[in-house]
Ligand binder design. Structure first.
Ligand code: SF4
Length: 334
């Protein structure tokens, strides 16, 4: 099935399988895939691009994901934690600069207990009506409930790969089964639920990417971050090549056909690898961009993958600059 035909069939209740998705990701269907995804996105969101602020408040992590510079085996990395009051203050600054959503992200850091993180969310909500997205990994279901009761609106938990064998080879500290169970619980609790995956992991094929896309649909996810793998020198995958930025854009476009109303960001990893493709992805289905409001001294240390880190942060000015960049691409910041 060609992309336009595929989308129409899905809209009419067709339930696609891996074999229906693999052809969407091929060279020969690329132009039609991008055009169809762009049409679908414009029909729902117009030219609007949603801007989110992201605050990386701790780089401590108890896990050992094979691709990530924050893994606890990386002893070369200095670790930091932001104070609860600092997290709240930085979020309020983001609100004052015009952001309507903050993503609070960290490694899996047990220092921030269910109670403490709930208190932070409650404090933020008491000071400004910003939507709060948490991205703090796998937690007890009781914690998820507590965060939700405190006012958290959304939760982001990328599955990274839906292939059980690849998942097991990269994640010595967890199982795909538990990851999926967490996503289902988050959805059940009423969070706007986000997941996502990487392009270019060892062993990945078009078929496993199809599996990833079907997992997003099965939850079903309200948000999905799809970015390329970027090797980090302090990990066991340091010599594995980076993922394809082109395939990343194709996967975003295919996600738009499977989840028409989902929020799909142009990921920062895509910007690091290929800034042209990051701009291009807005005309292939992406409708969200994230801007860091993490203090620069901590951005230097939030080293999931190597990237240029800024030396300065001016939240209002950075936001205005981003809006100007989006307008120069013919997009409307929202
Ligand atoms: S990917 Fe997340 S859970 Fe895994 S090591 Fe990095 S920060 Fe920790």
């Amino acid at each position: 099935m060609r992309p336009a035909e595929f989308y129409k069939a899905v809209q009419n209740g067709f339930s696609p399988g891996e074999k229906d998705i693999v052809p969407l990701l091929s060279d020969e269907n690329e132009k039609e895939l991008f055009d169809t995804a762009d049409r679908v996105k414009r029909a729902i969101f117009g030219d609007e691009i949603r801007i989110r602020a992201i605050l990386e408040f701790s780089n401590y992590c108890r896990r050992q994901c094979a691709y990530c510079g924050l893994n606890c085996k990386n002893t070369a990395l200095s670790r930091y934690r932001m104070e609860p009051e600092e997290i709240v203050t930085q979020t309020v600054k983001a609100w004052e600069a015009g952001y309507q959503t903050i993503v609070l992200q960290s490694g899996e850091d047990p220092f921030y207990t269910g109670e403490l993180l709930s208190e932070i969310v409650r404090e933020i909500k008491g000071r400004c009506p910003i939507a709060v997205t948490l991205s703090v990994g796998e937690r007890d279901f009781e914690d998820y409930k507590q965060f939700r009761n405190a006012g958290a609106d959304r939760y982001l938990l990328k599955h990274e790969t839906a292939d059980p064998a690849i998942y097991a080879s990269l994640h010595p500290c967890g199982t795909l089964e538990n990851r999926v169970a967490c996503l289902k619980e988050l959805k059940r609790l009423g969070y706007e639920t986000g997941s996502g995956f990487m392009i270019g992991l060892p062993g990945q094929t078009a078929q496993t990417i199809a599996k990833d896309l079907l997992l997003l649909r099965s939850i079903p996810c309200d948000m999905a971050g799809i970015g390329p793998f970027i090797p980090h020198p302090q990990t066991s995958l340091k010599d594995h090549p980076a993922g394809s930025s082109r395939m990343t854009v194709r996967a975003v476009a295919a996600a738009r056909l499977l989840l028409p109303s989902a929020n799909l960001p142009a990921t920062t990893a895509l910007e690091v690898l290929d800034s042209t493709e990051r701009r291009h992805v807005f005309s292939c289905g992406a409708n969200v961009i994230m801007k860091k409001v993490t203090p620069p001294e901590f951005q230097q240390l939030y080293d999931i993958y190597p990237s240029d880190k800024p030396l300065e942060l001016d939240i209002p000015k950075d936001r205005i600059k981003l809006e100007e960049q989006l307008r120069s691409l013919g997009l409307t910041p929202c």
